[in-house]
Ligand binder design. Structure first.
Ligand code: 13P
Ligand code: SF4
Length: 330
């Protein structure tokens, strides 16, 4: 029995090694093998699932994750899982969303400091004040917000479903919070009046149209794909705009000779591993919050069952309504 357990764990480690072959240099395998082996064993022992955002590094994304995707996919999978423990390799609002959808399960985040500038840009009190100023206007909040902010909203959205969510709401105006640039992008695609907030992603706001012009000058025919958290001049100059999953799918389906992904750096690494024939020009920005998660603290999280994410049940109940309404939008 023990031999069988060991050999199936060994097979999983071999499979992880094969997935990472050519993605991390062969000489670096021995640096990650021990952590990957321990994480794969702990996952089974704890009946845990690892959900990893597309911005996680390749050793996590290809080495130990069970589910990878954008914020929408991670929320959908969190609503579906039957594992006892969810390890969220991403940022705090994602772990909170998983906990809101799974109040009876343990949700772990490997580093509690993995925050988000958008989530920090607005409070529940701000949303209440905006409701007073705009009575009767429905409130849609980006998932990149705290549970307390979600609790004040009518519905959540992600960059993957923002237009559909806005169209699903009654009336001719929507309070769309807190990402000003995503709000601006959606405003260009709906007849509804969009009332925005002044939140920005500290990673995407650093891209500029000048970056695109420079790369287009150096690489003729390059396809430029941008995340809607980028400023409006960047989005206007891009060939395609979409969530991280939509960006990945676009490259996977079209397979251009060359592409520039205007988003977090690990996206290009993970997409490059999947479609090696596409040359990805690297002009990206790092998210310091996403980069707080590594194999070492994922292993530690599963060994010690820390850090368990908790959400006040009264807040979670109200926030869950907003998240579930979003998940019901097709
Ligand atoms: P998506 O993966 O939903 O596009 O979000 C990007 C992001 O910045 C998450 O923090
Ligand atoms: Fe937040 Fe931007 Fe980092 Fe995403 S990339 S977690 S929006 S700071």
């Amino acid at each position: 029995m023990l031999v069988a357990e060991r050999s199936s764990d060994g097979a999983r480690l071999d499979a992880a090694r094969r997935r990472l072959d050519g993605i991390i240099p062969a000489a670096e395998w021995h640096e990650v093998a021990d952590d990957i082996d321990a994480i794969l064993r702990l996952k089974r022992a704890r009946n845990a699932v690892i959900l990893a955002h597309n911005y996680q590094t390749p050793d996590i994304y290809h080495g130990v994750a069970d589910i990878v995707g954008d914020s929408l996919a991670l929320a959908r999978e969190a609503a579906r899982t039957e594992a006892e423990v969810i390890v969220l390799c991403g940022v705090h609002f994602m772990a909170e969303t998983a906990k809101i959808l799974n109040p009876g399960r343990t949700v772990l985040i490997p580093d509690l400091r993995a925050g988000c500038s958008l989530a920090d840009s607005i409070t529940a009190a701000d949303v209440r004040l905006l409701r007073e100023r705009h009575p009767g206007v429905p409130v849609a909040v980006y998932v990149n917000t705290s549970a307390a902010v979600k609790a004040e909203a009518d519905i959540c959205c992600t960059s993957g479903n923002a237009e559909r969510v806005v169209e699903s709401l009654p009336g001719d105006a929507v309070l769309f919070l807190p990402d000003e640039y995503l709000a601006n992008w959606v405003a260009g695609r709906t007849t509804k009046r969009i009332i925005a907030w002044h939140g920005h992603c500290e990673v995407h706001e650093r891209f500029s149209a000048a970056d695109i012009a420079r790369v287009r000058g150096a690489h003729a025919g390059i396809e430029v794909i941008a995340h809607p958290e980028c400023p409006p001049d960047v989005l206007a100059a891009a060939d395609f705009v979409g969530s991280t999953q939509q960006m990945t799918d676009w490259v996977r389906d079209r397979r251009p000779a060359r592409a520039l992904l205007l988003t977090e750096c690990s996206m290009s690494d993970n997409v490059a591993a999947e479609v090696p024939e596409v040359e990805l020009v690297r002009a990206c920005n790092l998210c310091p919050h996403m980069k707080r998660i590594d194999l070492g603290n994922i292993r530690h999280a599963l060994e010690t069952m820390t850090h368990a994410v908790e959400v006040d049940p009264a807040i979670a109940d109200r926030a869950r309504r907003a998240v579930e309404r979003m998940l019901a939008v097709r």
